[in-house]
Design a protein. Sequence first.
Length: 534
Amino acid sequence: MSAAPTIANLLAAQPPEATAIWDRGRELSFGELEELGRRVATGLEALGLEPGDRLALWLPNVPAWLVLFLACARLGVIVVSVNTRFRSVEVADIVARSGARVLVLWPGFKDIDFVAMLGEIGERLGAVEAMVLYDEAEGIEPEVGARLEAISGQRTLLRYHDLEANPPYEGDAEPDAGCAIFTTSGTTRAPKFVLHSQRGVVGHSRVVAGSVGYTAPDAKTLMALPLCGVFGFSLAMTTMAAGRPIVLMTVFDAKQAGEMVHQHAITHMYGSDDLFHQILMAAPGQSFASLRLCGFASFNAALTDFVAEADRQEMNCAGVYGSSELQALITCQPLDGPAEHRAQGGGYVLDAETEVRVCDSESGAPVTAGEVGELLFKGIAVFKEYFADAEANAAAFTDDGFFRTGDLGRLEPDGRVIFLSRIGDVLRLGGFLTSPAEIEGHVESHSSVGECKVVGISTPAGNRAVAFVIPEAGAGADIDEVALTAHCHAGIAKFKVPVRFFAVAEFPYSVSPNGLKLRRGELRDMALGCMGLD
């Protein structure tokens, strides 16, 4: 009888002596990783965490991220993934709405004042009963510790490394238990919480591991993407399912990434076209022949010759398709295909049991091969549910269980899925899907702003947000770009901050059967014109 599809069993199936993680000169074997996960699970259980509880994980790419995830998976506790690039407004929303009982953070990471952000969040820490502090020094700086004590109030404060000193935990969760929540942007200002089950993560990881070369004896993955995003998370789980090593990058640097590819003979990476373009530009003329799969998502439409450019440096790039709801590699273009195919998002569905449909986005009727419509999927990679959001769940699935992606695409006659664009207006900024309404809401919280609309444009430096603002009545016809930029930097992640703010008297709307519809295409053209990029 085969072992239950749980995260713990996925890890236990790997050779205990084989290297699981390489992190800045330190190696952890699968056996050591499993042991640490068991010990930390005991420590988290002592904090009172029970199956179904949530732990907010606000860490960069360090082994502790994976150890804590493995520990929570054993307990049936759900990890709520928090991006280290998020700031107080975003963190407060995620922690509060998820009902996280424990918050894990690295107070000294990159000299970012996480403690000050916690102070700004204040009472919105809500259900948080304990804070676990990660550090890589002898201990937390006394001044930082004093500030944390003042903020924590009656909450328990403890160091992550103390959790590792516990005896090993012996239990495991059920396969259908939720294990990870990732935030995704939709049409509302509050990002939805995408909950994946252990069964789904394990099943998808095993499928991918066996399909695109991860199980080769010399296979190695470079984790240049953050583990806090589903793209990076899925890559880590796939590599673990293959029993191969993950080489961690705590902070992405293009030059260093190229050097690490050569140092470790990396074979597999995921990232955006922007990420791989940066690596190529940092190492002009160098060969990256060890890379067999650079699975990329097209975030920057300005990089029209990206795949051909990568081919010249023997970097084998292939378009992939996935999402927060579908995990990251539900399809992949053929690695030996022509450049024009590999340059497209999508590819062949990797799991033979996964079903895909293309339907008219308005009527829901299936369309024929080659016709454009909404992509729908059903299979092991599909998420469990939108956490605590019955309305979103009802809208997300068809009566026969297909997930409506909200993405436009088509099926080629040869069976390849081709992703074209989002049906809605979600922006791709800094490698993350971002709702314009989320940025608009924050800009509108400034006293000088009456209304705001945000669009994304492609620039030589990547995709960027541009904001159009109707000033608040009495504020005058002009706006203070410096003040609005500072306001955004104080509350939202840097990659979401608009590069420019332009004052307008009104926004372009058209009348539809469902009411007024903003003509975002016209706003994008205005943005390109104002920026001198048309």
